[in-house]
Structure formats: C-alpha cells, structure tokens
Design a protein around this ligand. Sequence first.
Ligand code: F6P
Length: 533
Amino acid sequence: MWRDLKVMAGKARARGIAPLFGTGRAADFSVEAGGLLLDYSKTAIDAEARAVLIELAAARDVAGQREAMFTGAAINETEDRAVLHTALRNLSGRRVMVGGVDVMPDVRETLERMKSFAGAVRSGAYRGAGGAFTDVVNIGIGGSHLGPEMAVRALSPYGDGPRCHFVSNVDGADISDTLARLDPSRTLILVASKTFTTTETMTNAATAYKWIEGAVEAPGAQFVALSSAADKAADWGIDASRVFGFEDWVGGRYSIWGPIGLSLMIAIGAGGFTDFLRGAEAMDDHFRSAPPVENMPIMLALVGLWHTHGCGYGTRAVLPYDQRLGRLPAYLQQLEMESNGKGVAMDGRSLGHASGPVVWGEPGTNGQHAFYQLIHQGTAVVPCEFLIAARGHEPDLAHHHGLLVANCLAQSKALMLGRDLETARALMHDAGYRGAKLEQQARHRVFPGDRPSTTLIYDLLTPYRLGQIIALYEHRVFVEGVILGINSFDQWGVELGKELAKTIQPMLDGTAPMDGKDGSTRQLVSFVQSNRG
Ligand code: F6P
C-alpha cells in the first residue's frame, strides 16, 4: 500500500496540480460539514489517488478503530486507557460506557459544577479578598495550557468575563511578567495539571501562592485545581469544592472540553462554552457517520498522509488567516507531534515508515512577510493548510477583511500556479532588462508552482465553529495515527529529558557531583556556575 502510494504520488508530481482542474474539480475535491468547507482541490490528489487513500483507510480499519474509541475500548494500549475526550462534549444524553459503567453522570455533574463556579466568578458572587475577580491566571503547561490559551484568544470577541492570562514556562520571566500587572487580592489562580505533579506547573503555582499570600489573609480561597489527581490537589491545600476533576481517559492534549477549559468558560460564559462543546459534538457525529469521501477528518488525514508518506514532504504549515487563531499552530504542534511523532508501532515494532510530520505556522498575512519566501521558492516543498473566515468580527473594518481574504486566496493560487521562466522573462523585458542581465533577473523571479495547499473556510469564528475546527483536527490526528499504526495517545518521548533535568539541577547548585556527565554538559554546567552571579 505505502509503495502504491509513493508510485502514485511520483506520477502525480510529474503531472502537476493545475492540469487537474476541469469542470467540477473544486467541488469534487472538497468536503462540506456543518458550515465548514475543506477544499483540497489544490493538491495533486486525483480520483485514482483518492481511491487508493480511501482503501488504505479501510485496510487499516479506521471505521472499526473509530467505534472502539467512541465506545470506550482501551485503545491507548501502552497506558491501558480508554480515549474518551468525546464524552466531555456528548450533550446528547447518550450513555458512554467504560468498564461497564456509564461515565456520563459524572461528566455532566462536573460540567454543572464548572458552570456554577464560572457563573459565580463572572458575577462577583465568588470573589477575592479585594473584591470581584478582575483577572484569572491559568497555570499549566502543554495540554493544560495550549488549548485554553488558544481558545480564549480565538474567542476574544465573546469574552465578557474577567481577563484571562496564561503562565506555562518554568522560566521565572513568565510568571513574573504576568503577575506584575495584576492585583493579588482580585486574581483567581487556576492550577491546571492532569497529574498535579508537573514541575513547571507546581513551581509556578507555589510562586503564585507566595505572591497572593503576601497580600491577603486567606490565599487558598483564590486557588482552584483542574486535575485528575484530586488527592494531590487536596494535599496542596485546595478545598474540594474548588477541585474540578476528570478521568484518565481524557488525554492532556485533548482536555480542553472539560475542567481544563474552565478559563475559557469564565471568559466567555457557560452559554458560549456550551456552544463550543456543541460544535465539537457536531463534528463527532459527522466523523462517526459520514462516508469516507464526505468525511472531513478522514479526508484531511488522507491529504496529510498523501503529502507526508506519498510525496515525502516532512513538514506541514498551518496558516490561519485569522489573527485570533495565532496560537492554533502551537496548539496543533502538541496535538499532532505529541500524538503521532513516534517511531514505534502499536505492537512495539519499529515503524518502518515516517511518523507524523513537523507542524508549524503563523497567522497570515504576517507569515507572508517572513517565511513564505521559502514556501514559494525554497527547495523543500511545504504543504500549506490555510484557514479563513468569510467575515470578521469588525464590521467597521470590512475592508481589512477583504484584504485578508484576498491575500489568503492569492497565496494558494500562487503556490499552485507559480510563474514560469517565459513569463518572468517578459516581465524583465518590460522592466528594461536585456541579454544576460535579463536572463539572470528572470531566473530569480520564477516560481516553480505545484505546491499543494488545502483551505478550510467558514463564515465566522464563533465558539461553535471553533469547537468544530478543534474536533476536526483531533479526529484527523486519530485517523492518521490509526493508518500509521501509532498509539496517538501516549507520550513516552517527553520523559527522558524530564528525568535528566532532575539530575542536572543539583549539579548546577553544586550539591551533586558531575560524574558520569558528558564533556559538553559538564562544560555548560561550569559556564553557568561561573556566570550566574
Ligand atoms: O510532558 C508532556 C505532558 O505530559 C503533556 O502530555 C501534558 O499535556 C503536559 O505534560 C502537562 O501535564 P499535566 O497536565 O499533567 O501537568
């Protein structure tokens, strides 16, 4: 199968993308789902390639694995856990069984507690020592940070609650710069950590506690825990009424739909948060029921596999033409790279093919003035995934939005069509160049074209749409992982560095010998010791 895909991709690349366009290609190579349109016509995928890709999904039993996920099977085999973030947005009343027990009553109860707490914070009924909370600081990292940070920013037009801030890095600069602007008597701290052991988060939480303790009599009342480890939150001193828990079948990077999303709920209100869940639930229903060719997550995954495994392109750029989605690329980096960046297959054997790609990006149009040069003329082909809303939240600035959309559509067109040498020569001729100089100048202005992209377009970035979009990417990662034979739900690759950091820290303080460390590490430790002042 993989070989067929590579052969087919080789032929497709030789033919190019533009020649594929004829009547109906755009509509045929697009998927619509609940108000989202995914156009993948500007890729080299033709009907034959698509059929092979869909066969690949069938051969890997994507449909069976999908059912296994939705119905609570322990598909996260290395941790022996179910994968049920979808239960957090199951508003349908349907039961979801794990080990013979319906998990929905607990999920609903926690959601209701979150709503009531968020409502009290927003109204000022639950307040800090100095009055109603003006600011909320979410302290978390990875999945306990990137989702809420991304979503609060994305939905800022709907934000009518206290201001939300996000501290993640153990670098003291992060918490110091954030707290410096806030009033400790009117700041609520959310300690977001599934495990409640993550060094960065617990260090930042302790620093925040000292900061509040210096200003108010009952600092603990301004702390909330969002965690699966209720016992550890209690040990830390957070009252059970302010501990919002979730089960181990919610992976960190899939956790925004429950307690980890509390900052979002405080920012936009329970109604907006429910719309966000509804959007994701609609995508779940679509993913579960639509046939492959009309199934947006499946087709987005197949396009991704085509580029990574058929064409051999090693990276994928996510380019939201939506400033408020500025943190989407970072969010997707964790979602995709922590999920599918693995060299071992589910059965423990070496993967035998590439893992998931490197994911990166920045919002347009900023990226155009930075790295698009490489995307258009560099030697590496970077498949681009554009996102754009038909309208913005600033009706008075509709002309800005017009420019934004025009730029987005222009980029995908330019990437596909490029500019040939003849056209470049004519341009240089018109500019007054002749002879060898004309030839030289023209060559710099050639765009190879045939650079693939997809465009995801929607009306307006509402809570519902954001829910759909995030669930779309989650399921895309799942489908890619199933086809690649990867367990998308563990993350053993983050452990080694954490372990080593624990051995290096005492060396920096001079309380442990540097024996056994390599020369480079010893040199760097010595440099820090002599320069730390
Ligand atoms: O180190 C990686 C990781 O485990 C992520 O998977 C997770 O999202 C992040 O750390 C934070 O973990 P926790 O929510 O337990 O603090």
